[in-house]
Design a protein. Structure first.
Length: 280
């Protein structure tokens, strides 16, 4: 008589393996469809807010410098966007103790990432002068993250930027860019562009901490892993986000929590400390 619970385990058959693969593909496709639907909904809402972010915001009234407080945070938007994309993230940062949070614009007529990086340098110097802090933190979405990285790596911005957090930024260049390559900024996001090539060059003295949030269903990062940082000279951490599309990265509350935790982290090592979390 066979005793319950001691039956011989079944080995997976080829048919069973194929079935598991099929289920995985269906699940992955479902995640992508949900992420795309959410991105479209966010796009519709963002179009309503877009006019509110067309003008560069006035620098906020600055209280007496608190040199023991948290560093100012500058937010930098992506391609064909403006500061309105950070309404929710900015609110989250302010609510959780950040006193100085500024969302920046660069001109939609900008045709060179390097020009935008030089403009960012001036904004950073201004923020430091107004707040009394010697360094800032930066959060960049998509192209904004690449602009900030160029400033840090190539224009000496590591002196001023303590931490740079990027959201869906094509650090290795994205293959979707050639589809829109009529615009010079888009060409600079291609894998073999001069800008991407420059960012691959040695940066042994770079002191900035990098944290990149990348999504497994990002429709504009092809392949998705191009939004990861991989450079032997940089202090970096890559955080995988599951189930969040490109446009949703600056909007989802779970990502905002991850950004706050990344900015508050006290120490980092000269290595890739990867992490992951899911957003339902």
């Amino acid at each position: 008589m066979r005793r319950r619970g001691l039956s011989r385990p079944r080995l997976p058959t080829a048919q069973g393996h194929k079935g598991a693969v099929a289920v995985g593909l269906i699940f992955d496709q479902g995640s992508r469809v949900r992420a795309l639907a959410l991105d479209l909904a966010i796009l519709a809402g963002h179009l309503l807010l877009y006019p509110t972010g067309l003008r560069q915001e006035r620098p906020p009234a600055t209280p007496p410098p608190d040199l023991h407080g948290q560093r100012p945070v500058l937010l930098l938007h992506g391609f064909i966007d403006n500061r309105s994309v950070f309404v929710l993230l900015r609110r989250s940062l302010l609510r959780h103790g950040r006193q100085h949070v500024e969302a920046l614009n660069y001109s939609p007529l900008t045709c060179d990432l390097r020009t935008a990086a030089a403009l960012l340098a001036r904004h950073v110097e201004d923020a430091c002068a107004r707040t009394g802090h010697s360094q800032v933190d930066i959060v960049g979405h998509s192209l904004g993250g690449l602009i900030a990285r160029y400033y840090v790596q190539r224009l000496g911005g590591d002196v001023r930027v303590h931490s740079l957090v990027t959201l869906g930024t094509p650090h290795s260049g994205t293959h979707v860019a050639p589809l829109l390559s009529a615009h010079p900024l888009v060409r600079q996001m291609c894998p073999n562009s001069e800008v991407i090539t420059e960012l691959r060059q040695p940066a042994p003295e770079c002191r900035t901490r990098f944290v990149s949030f990348w999504s497994d269903v990002d429709q504009l990062m092809i392949p998705a892993e191009v939004a990861r940082i991989d450079h032997p000279d940089l202090i970096f951490r890559n955080i995988r986000v599951s189930g969040v599309g490109h446009l949703a990265l600056p909007v989802r509350s779970a990502v905002a929590t991850g950004i706050r935790e990344a900015l508050d982290a006290a120490n980092a090592t000269q290595t890739d400390t990867s992490g992951a979390f899911s957003v339902a």
